[in-house]
Design a protein around this ligand. Sequence first.
Ligand SMILES: Nc1ncnc2c1ncn2[C@@H]1O[C@H](COP(=O)(O)OP(=O)(O)OP(=O)(O)O)[C@@H](O)[C@H]1O
Length: 263
Amino acid sequence: MLDISNLSKTFSPHTPLENKVIDNLSLQVASKDFITLLGSNGAGKSTLLNLIAGTYPADEGTISLDGKDITSRKAYERAMLIGRVHQDPRLSVSPNMTLLENLSLADAKGESFSLKKAVNLKRISYYKEQLAQLGLGLEDKLNTKIGLLSGGQRQAVALYMAVMKKPKLLLLDEHTAALDPRTSELIMTVTDSLIRKEEITTLMVTHNMKHALEFGNRLIMMHEGHIVKDVSGEEKSHLTTENVIQMFKDNADSIEDRFVLGL
Ligand SMILES: Nc1ncnc2c1ncn2[C@@H]1O[C@H](COP(=O)(O)OP(=O)(O)OP(=O)(O)O)[C@@H](O)[C@H]1O
């Protein structure tokens, strides 16, 4: 489904700051896989997601999605196939626009439109129905600017917008990290139910070990631009936090406090 082959990326090449962040990485992701991606700071997790999304090009290697080679496609072209939610909601939604305007824009993704034309009043009852299922009271906030919503509500909107057009792939980059623990749990529940409902293949970067264990069918650990551990199915379902801490000890230089705090 997602086929990454011999991918490499070096920042600031041929300078004293040269940094090979992704090093000949290959990864095959099956349709409907939900992968939790762990790794220490600077392991290359966000860079991998950025390369998949086309934020910047890879130096070497290929990426194909659903049988199509997307390696040289621009980010906006890939956005038709790939939904994305970041830690910072401002990267996923437009805070100065209302919820309705944001949803209308996401709904019109890939079409030429003016905002006035794009705000689809006929869709309001559909949006309300869908938003009500998220259980965060968003169905009554359609005319509220996104910037005035709570952090959890914003991330729920970002998630909903990311999956609205049924992307082939969903990339989640620490999308609950800026939320308080209770809201983070709530957004993970919403995330899991949207992924299951829409059956979307997902890669989720997280520093929360509990989430990495509880969600998804496959867990990958990265270190220094490599995949150092890849556990799936039965084996993943039996993993414990102690196992993951041991994985860090065996494969990474150190384990940071924020991983342990995620327990
Ligand atoms: N656009 C960029 N230009 C230069 N260096 C970058 C760029 N993006 C990332 N890096 C560097 O690449 C390395 C890997 O960064 P990346 O954000 O992919 O790591 P990560 O595994 O997501 O880490 P974290 O868990 O801390 O978010 C870091 O040393 C970072 O400073």
